[in-house]
Design a protein around this ligand. Structure first.
Ligand SMILES: Nc1ncnc2c1ncn2[C@@H]1O[C@H](COP(=O)(O)OP(=O)(O)OP(=O)(O)O)[C@@H](O)[C@H]1O
Length: 292
């Protein structure tokens, strides 16, 4: 029997009326299924429709068309029952509360006072639990929002640009926590501008542009679809050492390829950045017809 997907959306659409009266289609006919335990990155240029999609997944915005279910329920209901929670870019914290008081207040609202310590611990906030919110850095406030999202112990966590304001090491430990959570079965969907984050942490990447999904697949495949000029291969295990591939063996490979007119053999993967640049440079139409 198939499992109920964490997210199931079909023909999802959202249009807004701009101030000049014209219609803006923010999300245009999006089909999306995310299975429990997946880590999925949403990438796309400004205005691609990522936040609007996330808002619909959380029941914050009503779709203009199509259907969306979270664990088989209406998104608003999944939020109310604590199955899904979010770390959003906007949304105020109370400046006069301490970190601990903030988590306690939200835990109280959810009827989950038992979850305070775990949320504080997982978000790495124990050392600053007594600090007032107004004294917290941007990155620390992001971690506090993350702790609040963990309070209901959700099956699905949705994050919109979660690591904004975090330094490199905080970002790293944040994602280690997320990975551990995913390994325990939590589903993670995040929107990001950091290509490296999608590359490093998401098994699956969805590229959005102009309200549409233009690529959706394993992150490695999305990368390859755009930066597809790199030839890669798996060397025999005996030539792979801790510090890289045996240079003598690589020289032999180069020599063997030379008669075929192949030179400058380089071992590298195409970057997700190449994919992203291709996406932002070209029309959706051109991309769909791209043959690389
Ligand atoms: N309330 C609104 N009224 C009118 N237009 C809107 C509204 N919300 C979003 N839009 C428009 O919908 C489009 C998609 O916006 P959205 O915020 O979803 O993009 P995004 O991919 O999240 O962008 P960013 O990376 O900049 O956060 C944009 O053209 C935006 O101007």
């Amino acid at each position: 029997m198939s499992r109920t997907p964490a997210i199931h959306a079909t023909g999802l659409r959202k249009q807004f009326r701009a101030t000049d009266g014209s219609e803006v289609v923010a999300v245009d006919d999006v089909d999306l299924t995310v299975q429990p335990g997946e880590i999925v990155a949403f990438l796309g240029p400004n205005g691609a429709g990522k936040t609007t999609t996330v808002d619909m997944l959380l029941g914050l915005t009503t779709p203009s068309g199509g259907t969306v279910e979270v664990y088989g329920e209406a998104p608003g209901r999944a939020v109310a029952t604590g199955r899904v929670s979010a770390v959003m870019q906007t949304g105020g914290l109370l400046n006069d509360f301490t970190v601990l008081e903030t988590v306690q207040a939200i835990a109280h609202l959810h009827g989950r006072r038992d979850r305070v310590d775990d949320a504080i611990e997982r978000a790495g906030l124990a050392p600053i639990a007594k600090r007032r919110v107004q004294a917290c850095s941007g990155g620390e406030q992001q971690r506090l929002k993350f702790a609040l999202a963990l309070v209901p112990d959700p099956d699905l966590i949705i994050l919109d640009e979660p690591t904004t304001g975090m330094d490199v090491s905080t970002r790293q430990s944040f994602w280690e926590t997320m990975r551990a959570d995913a390994a325990e079965g939590r589903t993670i969907v995040f929107a990001t501008h950091y290509l490296a984050e999608a590359d490093e942490f998401a098994e699956r990447t969805i590229l959005m542009k102009s309200g549409r999904i233009v690529q959706d697949g394993r992150t490695a495949d999305v990368r390859a679809a755009f930066g597809g000029r790199t030839v890669s291969f798996q060397p025999p295990a005996e030539f792979v050492h801790a510090d890289g591939i045996d240079p003598d063996w690589l020289a032999r490979v180069s020599a063997a390829l030379e008669p075929l007119g192949i030179s400058d053999v380089e071992v590298s993967s195409a970057s997700l950045e190449a994919a992203f640049l291709a996406l932002t440079a070209a029309d959706t139409h051109e991309l769909e017809g791209a043959d690389r």
